[in-house]
Write a protein of this length. Structure first.
Length: 439
């Protein structure tokens, strides 16, 4: 039977930080795999005749190296920093080699060491990592593919966050991201660098602006904490005046009552991908983004002034999982991922084409929701839907709000709105059998 691959958690104090068992496993290994710096740190604890392989830049090849060595009857050790199961290599190797092929000898996490240095209880810490390829500087509206995207999402929802960094994705870069998102006054940062090394440095709590101007030795870990608890605000159904709106035509916004019903009909999940076509002030798409913290909203608006207003609302609501493009749909939609839900608030005269495109691109179980205030658009929408084979329904919603009159109140009606909902028809067994009989 092949020996399991042993993943040993190591720290920067070298062999002194290993248990006798871990040190014995390392000294008996025929193949030792680790990063360049780690292999150098443990050079004296590795057998002279043992093979050494640098995994730096070669992570995809590591499972094959291990499998070949095990098949040859060799004992394999992988050196990983700290706790290999905390944003480390162990999860990746277990997935590739199977649980039975891996034995893990854990160590203290550098997160634990950093919190100990700061005297900080860490049971409530949210853990994130940017310890990967160069993510590049953050930009407003960056999509989920950006290397800092997940971190910003975690920061939005956490009062205390620990971040594993990399030589490129530095504490200063993280600080600049917070500045770009106008969050610099909401957080403070501490950086623990070169832990357990002679040049160890643990900073005091710094302002984000101060951290953005400093360089820190690598490797390091960043702690971010809110200066005040995050403000609590309803997830959806915000009052209309919570949103900036076009002036002098103030009021061109999907009203709260219509917005709430439209979002309900979109049937969103926490990880939904949403399209918002004709975003206007952004009210529907931004509330969808807040309902889908693990998802993302892709919005498009043809009016440049309205697009600027939507971006100002994005900043005001502290939303990061929202990308807005100034343009005219359907141009550019081919670059967006398939949606779980689509909201059409404005069509720019392309309603027929947009309905067909959205129904084609919707993921299984997805919903298309449209708002109309005119006879012409509702007529076009229904006419198009009748030719698509989709299931659809229409709700007319008319709300009235109380208004003061002298020392009394009266009801003032809002404009009636048609809410059209559609999704691809689910074929039942009889329909499927009928289609097959015609094949």
């Amino acid at each position: 039977m092949a020996h399991p691959c042993r993943i040993i958690g190591v720290l920067d104090n070298g062999a002194a930080g290993l248990t006798p068992e871990a040190l014995a496993q390392l000294r008996s290994a025929d193949l030792v795999i680790g990063g360049r710096r780690t292999l150098a740190l443990f050079a004296d604890a590795i057998r002279v005749d043992a093979e050494r392989r640098d995994l730096t830049g070669n992570l995809p090849q590591v499972p094959a190296w291990i499998s070949a060595a095990r098949e040859a009857g060799k004992q394999v050790v992988v050196l990983a920093t700290g706790d290999p199961l905390c944003h480390g290599i162990a999860g990746f190797l277990i997935n590739k080699l199977g649980r039975a092929g891996v034995d893990i000898l854990s160590n203290l996490s550098t997160l634990q060491l950093a919190c100990a240095k700061l005297g900080l209880a860490w049971q409530d810490v949210r853990i994130s990592s940017v310890h990967h390829r160069d993510a590049g500087e953050w930009t407003i509206g960056a999509m989920p593919e950006h290397g800092l995207y997940r971190l910003l999402s975690v920061l939005r929802q956490s009062d205390l966050t620990a971040v594993f960094t990399s030589p490129e994705n530095t504490p200063a870069r993280i600080a600049r991201m917070l500045q770009i998102e106008a969050l610099e006054d909401e957080f403070e940062m501490a950086v623990a660098a070169c832990l357990l090394q002679d040049q160890e440095q643990v900073s005091a709590w710094l302002t984000v602006n101060a951290a953005a101007e400093r360089s820190f030795a690598d490797p390091n870990i960043v702690l971010l904490r809110r200066r005040q608890p995050a403000a609590r605000e309803a997830l959806f159904g915000l009052p209309d005046d919570r949103f900036n709106q076009r002036k002098p035509d103030k009021g061109l916004i999907t009203k709260r009552e219509v917005r709430a019903v439209s979002l309900a009909r979109m049937a969103l999940s926490p990880d939904s991908v949403v399209w918002d076509i004709g975003a206007g002030s952004g009210s529907v798409g931004l509330e969808a983004a807040r309902l889908c913290p693990q998802g993302h909203v892709y919005a498009i608006e043809k009016n440049e002034a309205d697009a600027a207003i939507a971006l100002s609302n994005r900043a005001s609501l502290r939303v990061s999982n929202y990308t807005l493009r100034h343009g005219r749909a359907p141009a550019g939609l081919e670059n967006w991922p398939d949606p779980d839900a689509v909201f059409i608030g404005g069509s720019g005269g392309e309603l027929n084409e947009l309905i067909r495109l959205c129904l084609q691109r919707l993921r299984p179980g997805g919903n298309l929701v449209m708002n109309f205030a005119t006879f012409e658009n509702i007529t076009t929408a229904i006419g198009t839907l009748k030719t698509t084979g989709a299931q659809w329904d229409v709700t007319q919603l008319q709300a009235a709000r109380s208004q003061p009159i002298l020392n009394m109140h009266r009801m003032q009606a809002e404009n009636p709105i048609w809410i059209v909902c559609a999704h691809q028809r689910d074929l039942d067994c009889s329909e499927q059998n009928l289609e097959q009989s015609h094949d």
